[in-house]
Design a protein around this ligand. Structure first.
Ligand SMILES: Cc1cc2nc3c(=O)[nH]c(=O)nc-3n(C[C@H](O)[C@H](O)[C@H](O)COP(=O)(O)OP(=O)(O)OC[C@H]3O[C@@H](n4cnc5c(N)ncnc54)[C@H](O)[C@@H]3O)c2cc1C
Length: 584
């Protein structure tokens, strides 16, 4: 079954075998060309100036943004009717990934191309696009997105910022404070969320020069030091009525739909940062000697290199599978339909679950990677002269913005239950079926990855069984988090196995062995994670004999008896040492 025929969440109820997913092996020549252009820019023009960027030389940052504009990088998501390239989501993610090793600058860039531009692209009227789109895509202006407030971050619909129509009906007066706004220090156009008459949550396009608008002091941050983060203050800010974005009272649609793509971009960025950090560790492991040997010869370091590489391979598999899902669905839409953008949003919303999975999985994988990269460097990883230190600091926010990973995990579980309640998703019948079959049901694997396919099938069965036993306990967030952790592990592993299986056919002998190794390691790691989540969930929901019985089922269905795990890790570590960078 091709993935584009799947609805969001379908992967949980259907077999992995035979499913076709998009993966980095499928990048087109055009997509690769964009990636190379971005890589060149990063290597030759941004990384050499990173020290100045990190010390907040914002004039230089804006200059670099304009350079991105010259190369057409801001046109990727813009409709052709407005001079844009309107490329696919895969390209968009690829650019975010390639920009990521620049840390701070990649966040500035993301603020412009993602949350800065997309609200206007998706929801702007013709007039609004005429007025602002060119300015943003040429880099003449910088964009920003102002949702968070001092008293509401995870709960943005509780915003206190108000918008009141003036007596002559020509302006909205905006009052309130927005917190932690990326690019605030130099942005020219802000998408600001406020409640009309304190009730109707809406979005507005607010220019920096509007009367009553001001920007607070720069925040002093742990990482991403070269990006701008500041409050914006709206004190009777006069916003012309024609700058209302979308419909009044429908701001939540803009906020959440832009966040879906935003989450996938954070995931892609996390993958790119992880690759940058990994290269530091792979290089260092072959240079640093202790006890008369390079540290990369020690099993302890080799295990780290192998686990990191597996995490990155898994992240890529997840990000590009989800981007492919979005592209396939968007491609079925009628471009000339008057409600094209409405349908476009619905297509994205269909995969809100997968976008949240990608955000959590890839940022958690990055957290693991940067921690291990510092560890590989020993004490030097703690010293700012080494890039490992910057990657470690820059990572921390990735698990907090675009919805904290807790909020995203809760979202993953609740989206699934909502789908089930809507009657179009067969979840509870499948739970009953699994309960009737118990541990039985056989496995679905064939070919080189027969074992790994059967692990995926078993984890899905386990998920349904655990879900059934936890039905009464679904009110507890701890249970929702554990359920989400199972879902995330299943999606990540399934993406890796299907990708590995597909890539094997065209791979060289050497690459074949690497693919088999990485799929093996991923299967073992994700099954272990699933075991932990399923046992935790069972222990929260059950007690006594029922819990004991379920623990046995959990252990049985999450078992991953792969042969040659150690050899697989050693192979991956050798590849890392040889290439000095991420090697898939
Ligand atoms: C560098 C940086 C850049 C940013 N850029 C932007 C930007 O450009 N635009 C913008 O609008 N915002 C931006 N943000 C804000 C960011 O999105 C928020 O910080 C984030 O959404 C979390 O909100 P909060 O900080 O208020 O934390 P809170 O919402 O107060 O959360 C605190 C803790 O409580 C948990 N929590 C909260 N509610 C629940 C719940 N219901 N159930 C379980 N746990 C819960 C959270 O997971 C977290 O662990 C940025 C922040 C930073 C630091």
């Amino acid at each position: 079954m091709a993935d584009h025929l799947a609805r969001g969440g379908d992967f949980l109820l259907t077999d992995a075998a035979g499913r076709v997913v998009f993966s980095p092996e499928d990048f087109s020549a055009e997509q690769r060309q964009f990636a190379e252009t971005t890589e060149e820019l990063v290597k030759k023009e941004i990384l050499p100036d990173l020290d100045r960027i990190e010390s907040q030389d914002f004039a230089l940052v804006v200059e670099k943004l304009r350079r991105c504009a010259e190369l057409g990088l801001f046109l990727v998501d813009v409709p052709e009717d407005y001079g844009g390239l309107e490329l696919d989501k895969v390209t968009s993610m690829l650019l975010a990934e390639k920009m990521a090793p620049t840390g701070s600058f990649s966040i500035t860039y993301g603020g412009q191309t993602g949350i800065g531009l997309l609200p206007l692209v998706y929801y702007g009227t013709g007039g609004q696009k005429e007025r602002y789109l060119d300015k943003l895509t040429t880099g003449e202006w910088v964009g920003a997105y102002a949702l968070t407030e001092p008293d509401c971050g995870s709960d943005p619909l509780n915003a206190r910022t108000t918008a009141t129509l003036t007596a002559d009906g020509r302006y909205y007066l905006l009052n309130g404070v927005k917190q932690f706004i990326t690019n605030a220090g130099f942005a020219d156009l802000f998408t600001v969320f406020a409640k009309i008459d304190g009730k109707h949550f809406s979005a507005f396009l607010v220019e920096r020069g509007f009367e009553g608008f001001s920007v607070g002091a720069e925040e002093k941050k742990m990482g991403l030091k070269g990006s701008s983060t500041a409050q914006i203050i709206l004190d009777n800010a006069r916003v012309p009525v024609e700058n209302l974005l979308g419909e009044p009272g429908k701001g939540h649609k803009i906020a959440f739909n832009v966040l879906n793509i935003g989450r996938l971009k954070v995931a892609a960025t996390a993958g790119g940062m992880a690759k940058g950090a990994f290269a530091e560790a792979a290089g260092y492991a072959t240079e640093r000697k202790q006890f008369g040997r390079i540290i990369g010869d020690f099993g302890a370091i080799q295990e780290k290199l192998a686990d990191m590489a597996t995490g990155i391979f898994s992240s890529d598999s997840v990000v590009y599978r989800v981007a492919g899902l979005l592209d396939d669905r968007i491609a079925t839409l009628d471009r000339s339909a008057t409600d094209y953008y409405e349908r476009y949003q619905k297509a994205i919303e269909e995969y809100a679950l997968e976008c949240a999975i990608a955000k959590v999985f890839c940022t958690d994988a990055l957290a693991f990677v940067v921690d291990e990269v510092v560890q590989v460097h020993g004490g030097y990883g703690y010293i700012s002269d080494y890039a490992a230190e910057r990657y470690y600091r820059d990572e921390r926010i990735q698990r907090i913005f675009e919805g904290t990973n807790e909020i995203n995990r809760i979202l993953i579980s609740t989206i699934l239950f909502k789908k089930a309640e809507s009657g179009t998703f067969d979840l509870w019948d499948r739970v009953k079926e699994a309960q009737a079959n118990g541990e039985g049901g056989g496995n679905s694997g064939t070919g080189a990855f027969a074992l790994e396919y059967s692990v995926v099938a078993n984890l899905k069965r386990l998920f349904l069984l655990v879900l059934g036993s936890a039905e009464q306990a679904r009110e507890s967030q701890e249970v929702l988090l554990a359920i989400a952790n199972m879902i995330i592990s299943i999606f990540a592993l399934e993406s890796v196995v299907i990708r590995g299986d597909k890539a094997l056919a065209a791979a060289s002998d050497n690459r074949k062995e690497l693919l088999k190794a990485v799929v093996k390691v991923a299967a073992f790691e994700r099954a272990s994670q699933c075991y932990l989540a399923a046992s935790r969930c069972s222990a929260y929901a059950l007690s006594g004999e029922k819990l004991i019985a379920q623990q046995r089922v959990v252990a049985g269905l999450s078992a991953c008896p792969v042969d040659g795990l150690l050899e697989a890790k050693r192979l991956l570590a050798e590849a890392a040492k040889e290439s000095g960078k991420y090697f898939f």
